[in-house]
Each structure stands twice: as structure tokens, then as C-alpha cells.
Write a protein that binds this ligand. Structure first.
Ligand code: F6R
Length: 610
């Protein structure tokens, strides 16, 4: 999704802005631009396509001088991705330039108002309307804070903004609602950005701007105001990520690096939650009494996070004996969810900024549920607005396709299921001990799975020319099939569908013809025989089947053309192990096809539009 950077200080702004934008490339974008204030005017450069085009246009920023500026990578929402629609947007007359993430929903109405007042527009964007409206008020107030606040009062929607004024070379404005924005504090210089990697090279002292807060950024200080214009005092937090962990660390792609980081990420997520042989989650607000009174659980998320929720559903029903419904966040608000004070809504989001998920969270709160979030990004909007939050300690995830964040979601949800089970009296001490030791073995199981990737590379080499690849599984393996299929299609662009294996014969089996590839996930031992029958069914129609099973004793028993055998492990640990070959299969297939693995077409890392 779109990226923002802003700078004020003693250095040349343009090269620094371009460098910051490079660090945000992983968010996905289709055009980029910068605007720098110098000698009473705003100098801007924009380009469609990759950032390298903007770097060439500006001689890596050297052709634009000035010490204050803003930059943006845009992922098109209103208007096609082109030069005119790219940010920054500049008001007619050139007084105000603005970069914006989010959507101004009532922009047409505001545009009409501005047209009546003599304004004209060059782009199709909602963001240009915001720039012109600020200009309208600036002409009347001649105070940047006042002008931005007056304009903001008329905005409906979501926004993170950086705003510069041609006649203000000593300050600029940052503003946010619903979309993330951070401030980086330096020595004699300060920054804004939509995400941490853009700033790591310059500072680790970060302030997250709160909902509807406005900041005045000067080179020697930052002043933050809440929506009622009161000054807000907020201590910066120190970001501990090393700069390297936001870079590729020697791998060809972030995705592979992040796959390889899973043993550590899983270890980091589990270890602090095991104390004296028990699962301790440190929930601050949702009490054990409240947990005992829960009658229903909703798990709400999007994409892979939703798939993690589907796995968790099996675990929570099994260990905590509470009925669980898994809902897509984009649907949740429209289903009239049956929520009361005895409902627990679990929100899962890697970024903590997915707008559909954030809105689902607000809906759940409005309806009186307890809301617990599973989030990777500390201090993100979803984390901030939840009653309680549990962080997956996956570290920064840069590749658009999630891997380590997904596996940490899985283990954290499994721990949660055990904890809920104990508090509700369904998991005794012995069972809790067994489940904990099964989960604690996961990092070394994953390490082993990552050691030898030759078999998966060979399978990818056989499959990458396929037009369609089907995935099937039962129970937890069905949830894994959905994730394996999503991983493959999003990065390799091979059409793929995932089915509960028993469902295939109710329609989809008509698509199986000689040569079709099918990945059959059959790690869940109680249903292995049923999966073997399903493998026979598709093979009888000519499919070539890759089976993933667990435990050496099952080698040669699936009847598939190829087998991947995972080390045997307890059911609770299986999903986190089984996803590893699925991720590698997707990765190597996309690699063979020469795809842009870390930035698949049309996709964004953090989806901050509905
Ligand atoms: C797929 C993927 C997406 C995300 C989804 C939700 O690889 O990464 O499907 O899982 O966009 O994002 P978060 O978890 O940030 O809410």
C-alpha cells in the first residue's frame, strides 16, 4: 500500500526522501513522487512505475535542492496509476503540497465546493481535493495548523498526511486518522514515515501519531496536538529492530529470508509465554472470570490471517470447548454478528492496519464483545484499539506474501487455545504439559524442514508450467490447503483452488483431467485413510498428486505420485510444520517462473482501504 516519508533538517531532503521511499517499496506501489520546499516555492517530481524512474528523473534527488520535503509511493485507488495522479499533490498557485495514505470518502462533495470557489483540478484523486481544501483555508487563516484542522473537519474517511507550505521552510504538518503514521526523532532533524524501515538508517526513536493527532515537525522539535488542540506529551519508543532485519540479509528475496527466520520467530513467540510449565499470556483486561463466562468466539481476519484463524478454530473448539465462528473481516460488519458481553472476538492481523479488520474490531466493540487481537506490529491501530493484545514476535515482514507472521499467528493461537482450555477447566496439568512440549519442539522441527530444500525445488521444477494446481485436505489440513493455495497463486500467478477433500466430488472434480496437479495435505492421522481415498479419486482421473504426510510410518502409504514426509509430531504442532513445504513449494515455483516474488503484481503488504 502507499508509503509516506517526510524530512526536515540540515541535509539535502530529496536524496533522503528517495532513500526512505526505497525502504517502503515492499508495501506495493505503482507511482512515486517527492516535493521539496526551497526559497518560497515547492519543487516536485513524480513518475509512474518503479522508484528507479524517479531516481533517474531527479539524478537521485540531486537536481532538487532544499532541506524540507515529503515523498510518497502510491498504490492506486482513485484514478489510474499515472504521473498526474501520483503524489505529492500541489494546490493551484503552488502554496500547499500533500502526500496522503487512505481515502477521503466525501471528496466529490468537497470538490464541488472548491470548484464553486474558483479551484480547478488536474487529477482524479481524492488527495488533490484535500490539498486544495487546505489551501483554501490557508489563504484565509495563514496558519498551517488552523488551516489543516479546518480542512480536516470536513474530511470523511481515513488519512495519514504529510503537508508542506511554500512559505514555511521551518516546519511541516503530519496528521492521521485510521491510517498509520510515525514520527522519527533525530539530532537537529526530524522525520515522518508510514512505516519503520524508512527511518531505521536515521533514527530509532519513534513516536506513533495517535488517532486524529496533528504534529508540527520542525528540525529542532516536534509538537503534537490532539483533536481538541491540547498539546500531547508522548515519549518516543526505541525500535530494537536492527537495520539488517529490514534488509534481505544475503537471501535473494525477502520471502525466502522470512521463511528461513521461522524457527527463531516461532521460538520468540512461544518462549516468553511458557512459565513454570504453564501457558501465561499476561492478558491485562480480559480476566479469567470473563473467559469462563464466554459462550461464543468469533475469529475475524483477512487472507492468510483468516487461514490462521481457521486452524485456530479447530484448536479452540477442541481444547477450550467453545463454539467458534471464523469470519472474513470484510464480511463481518454486514452479517449482523450475534454478539453479546459473553462473546470473545479475536482479531488477527500481521500489520495491525488492515482497514476491513480494523472496522470489524470497532463493530465488535460497539456490540459489547471482549476484543483480543493477535498482531505483529507493536502500537499499530488494531493493537491500540483492542481490549487486550498479544503480539506475534515475528519481526518486520517485508515480502508481501506472509510466511513468518503467519506461522507465529498459528503458534500464538494454539497457545491461546491451551490457555482458554485450562482456564475453563478442560485442559488439566498433564495435558497442558504435553501440549507445551509439543509446541516447544516446533522450532527444531522447522529447522530440520528447512535444511534440505532440494526435493521441493525439484517438485517446483515439475509444476511451474502448470495452468492450474489444486490443493485438498481435511480438518486442519483443509485450513492449510487454503493457505498453500493462496501462497502459490499470489506469487506464481498459477491458478489454484483449495478444497475440503470430501467436497471435491460435489463439483470441482470435473476440472481434474489427465496431467492436472493436485497437492494433497494428509498430515492429520485420524483422517489419513479418507485422504488416501480422495487421492485415489483424483488419480483415477489422471491427476498427478503430491502428498504431504507426517511420520515415517506413513511413507509409501498415500498412493500419491510424490510424497513429502514431515517428522511425526502432535496434532497441535502439525499446522506450523506443514506450512513450511507449502511456502517453499510456492517460492520455488514462482522463482522458476521468474516472478517478482517479494512484490507480486496488484498486491500490497498492508491493505488500508476497504
Ligand atoms: C497473503 C497475505 C494477505 C494478508 C492479509 C491480511 O500472503 O499476506 O492475505 O494475510 O492481507 O493482512 P494482515 O494480517 O496484515 O491484516
Amino acid at each position: 500500500m502507499c508509503g509516506i516519508v517526510g524530512y526536515i533538517g540540515g541535509k539535502a531532503a530529496a536524496p533522503l526522501l528517495l532513500d526512505g521511499l526505497k525502504k517502503l517499496e515492499y508495501r506495493g506501489y505503482d507511482s512515486a513522487g517527492i516535493a521539496v520546499v526551497n526559497n518560497g516555492s515547492i519543487h516536485a517530481a513524480k513518475e509512474r512505475g518503479r522508484l528507479s524512474a524517479l531516481c533517474s528523473l531527479t539524478g537521485d534527488g540531486k537536481s532538487i535542492s532544499g532541506h524540507l520535503g515529503i515523498g510518497h509511493t502510491r498504490w492506486a485507488t482513485h484514478g489510474e496509476p499515472n504521473h498526474v495522479n501520483a503524489h505529492p499533490h500541489i494546490s493551484i498557485g503552488g502554496m500547499v503540497a500533500l502526500v496522503h495514505n487512505g481515502i477521503i470518502e466525501n471528496y466529490s462533495e468537497l470538490k464541488q465546493f472548491l470548484i464553486k470557489n474558483g479551484y480547478s483540478f488536474v487529477s482524479e484523486t481524492d488527495s488533490e481535493v484535500a490539498a486544495q481544501l487546505i489551501d483554501y483555508y490557508y489563504k484565509r487563516q495563514h496558519d498551517p495548523v488552523e488551516a489543516v484542522r479546518l480542512a480536516e473537519k470536513r474530511f470523511a474517511g481515513s488519512y495519514a498526511m504529510g503537508i508542506v507550505f511554500a512559505d514555511r521552510e521551518d516546519e511541516f504538518i503530519a496528521l492521521r486518522k485510521d491510517s498509520p503514521l510515525i514520527i522519527g526523532l533525530g539530532e537537529g532533524e526530524n522525520f515522518i514515515a508510514s512505516d519503520v524501515p524508512a527511518l531505521l538508517k536515521h533514527t530509532r526513536r519513534i513516536i506513533r501519531l495517535g488517532e486524529r493527532e496533528l504534529a508540527v515537525i520542525r528540525k529542532d522539535g516536534v509538537t503534537i496536538f490532539d483533536k481538541d488542540s491540547n498539546t500531547v506529551k508522548r515519549e518516543p519508543v526505541m525500535v530494537t529492530w536492527d537495520a539488517d532485519s529490514a534488509e534481505k540479509g544475503g537471501y535473494d528475496h525477502f520471502m525466502l529470508k522470512e521463511i528461513m527466520e521461522q524457527p527463531d520467530a516461532v521460538r520468540r513467540t512461544i518462549a516468553p509465554r511458557i512459565q513454570h510449565g504453564r501457558v501465561e499470556l499476561g492478558l491485562k483486561r480480559i480476566t479469567e472470570a470473563a473467559i469462563r463466562s464466554i459462550e461464543r468466539v468469533y475469529i475475524v481476519a483477512c487472507g492468510s490471517s483468516y487461514h490462521a484463524g481457521m486452524v485456530a478454530r479447530y484448536a479452540i473448539e477442541k481444547y477450550a470447548r467453545i463454539p467458534v465462528t471464523c469470519e472474513l473481516a470484510s464480511e463481518f460488519r454486514y452479517i449482523e454478528p450475534m454478539i453479546g458481553s459473553n462473546t470473545l472476538v479475536i482479531i488477527i492481523s500481521q500489520s495491525g492496519e488492515t482497514l476491513d479488520t480494523l472496522f470489524a474490531l470497532r463493530e465488535a466493540k460497539k456490540r459489547g464483545a471482549h476484543v483480543l487481537s493477535i498482531v505483529n506490529v507493536v502500537g499499530s491501530s488494531i493493537a491500540a484499539e483492542s481490549e487486550d493484545v498479544l503480539y506475534t514476535w515475528a519481526g518486520p515482514e517485508i515480502a508481501v506474501a506472509t510466511t513468518k507472521a503467519y506461522s507465529t499467528q498459528l503458534v500464538l493461537m494454539e497457545l491461546l487455545a491451551v490457555y482458554l482450555g485450562r482456564v475453563r477447566g478442560h485442559v488439566d496439568e498433564r495435558l497442558e504439559g504435553e501440549l507445551i512440549s509439543a509446541l516447544s519442539e516446533l522450532p527444531s522441527i522447522i529447522e530440520k524442514l528447512l535444511e534440505d530444500q532440494a526435493g521441493l525445488k525439484a517438485l517446483a521444477a515439475e509444476s511451474y508450467m502448470q495452468r492450474d494446481i489444486f490443493f485438498m485436505g481435511r480438518n486442519i489440513d483443509y485450513a492449510l490447503a487454503l493457505e498453500g493455495s493462496l501462497k502459490l497463486k499470489e506469487i506464481s500467478y498459477i491458478h489454484s483452488e483449495a478444497y475440503a477433500a470430501g467436497e471435491l466430488k460435489h463439483g470441482t472434480i470435473s476440472l481434474i483431467v489427465p496431467g492436472t496437479s493436485v497437492v494433497a495435505i494428509c498430515t492429520y492421522a485420524p483422517l489419513l485413510d479418507k485422504m488416501v481415498s480422495n487421492i485415489r479419486e483424483v488419480k483415477a482421473r489422471g491427476a498427478s498428486v503430491i502428498a504431504i504426510a507426517a511420520g515415517e510410518e506413513h511413507r509409501g502409504k498415500t498412493g500419491a505420485n510424490h510424497e513429502i514426509i514431515l517428522p511425526g509430531c502432535a496434532d497441535i504442532a502439525l499446522p506450523c510444520a506443514s506450512v513450511v513445504p507449502l511456502q517453499l513449494f510456492a517460492y520455488y515455483t514462482a522463482l522458476m517462473k521468474g516472478c517478482d516474488i517479494d512484490k507480486p503484481r496488484n498486491l500490497a503488504k498492508s491493505v488500508t482501504v476497504e
